[in-house]
Design a protein around this ligand. Sequence first.
Ligand code: TYM
Length: 385
Amino acid sequence: MANSGESFRVTPWEVEGAVNYERLVKEFGTELITEELMKRLEKAAGGSNHMLRRRVFFSHRDLGHVLDDHESGKGFYLYTGRGPSGPMHVGHIIPFYFTKWLQERFDANVYIQMTDDEKFLEESRGLTLEDTAYWSLDNMVNIAAVGFDPDKTFIFRNTEFMARMYRPVLKVARKINFSWVRAVFGFNEQTNIGMVFFPAIQIVPTMFEKRRCLIPAAIDQDPYWRIQRDIAESLGFYKAAAIHSRFLMPLTGPTGKMSASQPEAAVFLTDDDKTVRKKIWQAFSGGQPTVELHRKLGGNPDVDVAFQWLYYFFEEDDRRVEQLREEYVSGRLLTGELKEILIEKVQMFLTRFREAREKAKDRLRLFTHEGRLASRMWESWPEDT
Ligand code: TYM
């Protein structure tokens, strides 16, 4: 857990305040992605990604070693996940698009964990196991719609796959004591023991193969990897590597993280065009209160939701995004005009997404059946270890 003075707080379960990412990197002990490392990744990938160029994915652990393994022919695999607590918003799906980009570029296996157990155990959510089963299925269809390679992707629900994972989970769990997870996650005497055990379950997929695992996720998930890196080698596995993103700004402005429990702060994958328009129109803006003042003083793109969303994901063209920034700062572009640009982009993205989702319904089995990847995991943990 990062508890950064009064101003902000980032844990896997909540984000409060305005996150200072540079300070977070220091506290979590991760590293910023340098220009040199980014270029090396792009070269190995044979292409570039706007989320990398703009440092939406801004921090990492051992990314250099991942590229060494790629170059030596050993290769690496990818692992990410989703906590199925409700409908997904656009912030939840973006890391999956980045993961898919990495899969395509490196021809890598991808394991995707659905933590239906975790979302049941988080008592404050008040979800039943039936609820988390329902949302698992719903969310898995979204993830399948992103377009992963079905031959190289395994999406699994913890409550279903646990029989297979249980032995590795026990081996990991025995290496972690209570005072450690209490310090890392901020658990206390009232925390239920399911939550205390859960970190072992999120850690195990980093040890599904006897190769390095690279985890693309927002930086809130990093505390798990910190523990993993202290125990992996003693179990005969690699320390996990990670590539961390910032959070997509909530519609309400630059503090906290978009949360499904605050529907006005998020655009959901299921929101129709009218809802998207309404939500973005109401979003926080860095513009001036009157057109006259805006023309004179210009807007502030750093706190402007419309600009930040275009920059983060929705406008891939760098020239266009810089042109928008410049016009907004100078006051030539009005808040309403900027919002219209974003509305169109988000509506277009969601229209395509919904079509892909319809098709993915019939294809879900291709990702969830226990095929080659599931047995690969089993081989990494032979009976006698
Ligand atoms: P969950 O469901 O909270 O989040 C799913 C993924 O989305 C990222 N994320 C965000 N990214 C950008 N902007 C936001 N506002 C935002 N909110 C969430 C998360 O970092 C995550 O990548 N316990 C996990 C599930 C999990 C997992 C994993 C995630 C299991 N194994 C391995 C990443 C990697 C969870 O509840 O994620």
